[in-house]
Design a protein around this ligand. Structure first.
Ligand code: G1P
Length: 293
């Protein structure tokens, strides 16, 4: 089970970040000086993906522009000798990586968004990354790379998970795992956004998946689930009827960048790790805390 293709469902409205996300796609909002989606794209490329499939809608064409060549800008930087900035602009997509854009014309749910990418994926295992979940693993391989290694070794589909407080289960897909404390385990059941009192566990799905293409046929026939939407979680539940799917506790830290609080947390965490920013940022944080205490 080796993955080459990564699907980015980015047709959502981003209502938790209004009004910033009214005109600008929430995936293009910056975490310091890089758009949010760039982190997920870099993670997919690091995991070995060379084909990136973005599921967009009519309001999200700026995402295609971000990953396109900026000929005039590049020429200007080149003739001006601004080599470092030129490298940053070109590094958005390495030369060996292809991008494809498919549209989801109606917001019918995450499962439907993934199904919109079926023809671009074809009959091979693929990754799904939800860019809102920014996962950072400073000391080693990214979350998708860890999962890809696992999928290559086991031959099974893999879903990223982490523990959440019980009062948060209604915000996530929740799995019941054969061995809940293991780094990787077989999933026995998966349910979308259960209320805390009926959640089978507190092991929540985070936005990284490696899936067998059989899921497309299952998604095609799914009735609407939680919230009246075609849910990817329900497709995975259907996959469990015929094959093993594993959950995987990735190493790294997740920031929920679909929310204002997550954006602030990620911004602070990344600033404190950047050698060019950290010394001043530390001082700023100390001053701000002293002033507001
Ligand atoms: C989606 C999935 C959910 C998963 C979550 C992770 O929900 O449907 O199962 O736990 O992403 O971020 P959303 O956040 O799009 O409502």
């Amino acid at each position: 089970m080796r993955i080459r293709k990564a699907v980015f469902p980015v047709a959502g409205l981003g209502t938790r970040l209004l009004p910033a996300s009214k005109v600008l796609a929430k995936e293009l909002l910056p975490i310091i000086d890089r758009p949010l989606i760039q982190y997920a794209v870099d993670e997919a490329i690091e995991a070995g993906c060379d084909t990136l499939i973005f599921v967009i809608n009519r309001y999200k064409f700026q995402i295609a522009e971000h990953f396109d060549r900026a000929f005039e800008l590049e020429r200007r930087l080149e003739t001006g000798g601004k080599h470092e900035q030129l490298r940053q602009v070109r590094d958005v997509i390495p030369a060996h990586v292809r991008t494809t854009f498919v549209t989801q014309s109606e917001a019918l749910g995450l499962g439907h968004a993934v199904l919109c990418a079926a023809h671009a994926v074809g009959d091979e295992p693929f990754a799904v990354l939800l860019p809102d979940d920014l996962i950072w693993h400073h000391a080693g391989p990214g979350a998708l790379r860890q999962m890809a290694d696992r999928a290559a070794a086991s031959g099974h589909s893999v879903v990223a998970v982490e523990d959440v407080p019980r009062d948060q289960t209604h915000r996530y897909g929740i799995v019941s795992a054969a061995d809940a404390s293991a780094r990787a385990s077989r999933i026995d059941a998966i349910v979308e956004k259960p209320k805390p009192e009926v959640a089978p566990s507190t092991l929540a799905v985070v936005g990284r998946y490696i899936l067998h293409p059989r899921i497309f046929e299952l998604l095609r026939h799914l009735p609407p689930g939680a919230g009246g939407e075609i849910q990817l979680t329900d497709g995975i539940a259907a996959l469990l009827n015929t094959e093993q799917v594993d959950c995987y506790r990735f190493e790294g830290r997740r920031f929920d960048c679909g929310s204002a609080l997550g954006v602030v947390e990620a911004t602070m965490a990344f600033a404190l790790e950047r050698p060019d920013l950290a010394p001043q940022v530390r001082g700023m944080m100390r001053n701000l805390l002293a002033e507001t205490d």
